[in-house]
Design a protein around this ligand. Sequence first.
Ligand SMILES: NC(=O)c1ccc[n+]([C@@H]2O[C@H](COP(=O)([O-])OP(=O)(O)OC[C@H]3O[C@@H](n4cnc5c(N)ncnc54)[C@H](OP(=O)(O)O)[C@@H]3O)[C@@H](O)[C@H]2O)c1
Length: 245
Amino acid sequence: MKLQGKRALITGGAKRVGRMIAKTLAERGVNLILHYNTSRTEVLAAQKELSTAFGVSVSIFQADLKNVRTLEQKTKKLVRDSGPIHILVNNASSFYSTPFGTITETDWDSLMNSNLKGPFFLTQIVGQSMAKSGGGKIVNIGDWSALRPYKDYLPYSIAKAGVIALTQILAKTLAPKVTVNCVSPGAVLLPENFSSKIKREIIKKTPLGRMGTPEDIARGVLFFLEGTDFATGSNLIVDGGQLIR
Ligand SMILES: NC(=O)c1ccc[n+]([C@@H]2O[C@H](COP(=O)([O-])OP(=O)(O)OC[C@H]3O[C@@H](n4cnc5c(N)ncnc54)[C@H](OP(=O)(O)O)[C@@H]3O)[C@@H](O)[C@H]2O)c1
């Protein structure tokens, strides 16, 4: 798909990996809708930076993925007001340790809703509108740990496994007008509370001998957007070889 002049909604686009995906699309002339939840200062900075640097239009969209009723209302309004959305990148996620034996229903609901349920309800609205208009492309951001789950991240890993299933089901449902694919990162940007010892251990277990970068993930997204129009239901693992180790 030619990207120049298209419009993309990127969830969790204010910082980290989402912001790099936004920059990569802006560089190609894509107009952006940057979704955020709490990072208002960062999203406003990203809006200013990307619109100034690349001359694209950048609007912002606040919604908590955990609150489905409000999310649906806001997304319907967005779809009505924004004009056609050609690209959706479901990047937003929450991630924290939940050792077995300590998991509460609140943890379960929070991790499932932010990683799977909310993204589904948002995609249902955006995907239907894409299918009714000229078509589009959806890229979900998964995690290599959906295929080799982390022990202390049970609800998160199950939710990300659900993201892969969701990718396949939506790919069937929305074909032929809309493609739906997944990019599954390995370790890219660790949470701030991870020690440098954990980082060294991860690198030791990664055949390519380094952490990934946000650019590595953005290039994976770009592959599904402009590299091919003949992939749907795919899961591209961008993990430096961690899964095959
Ligand atoms: N970083 C890695 O090493 C790594 C590894 C494997 C997979 N991944 C996947 O790659 C993607 C990006 O990773 P990341 O580390 O950049 O993500 P992140 O910083 O953990 O989260 C991205 C954004 O998600 C938004 N978010 C969280 N809970 C939300 C909610 N309830 N409603 C709406 N938005 C919510 C937050 O927005 P606000 O800040 O605006 O609240 C946050 O900035 C994620 O899907 C992640 O699972 C990352």
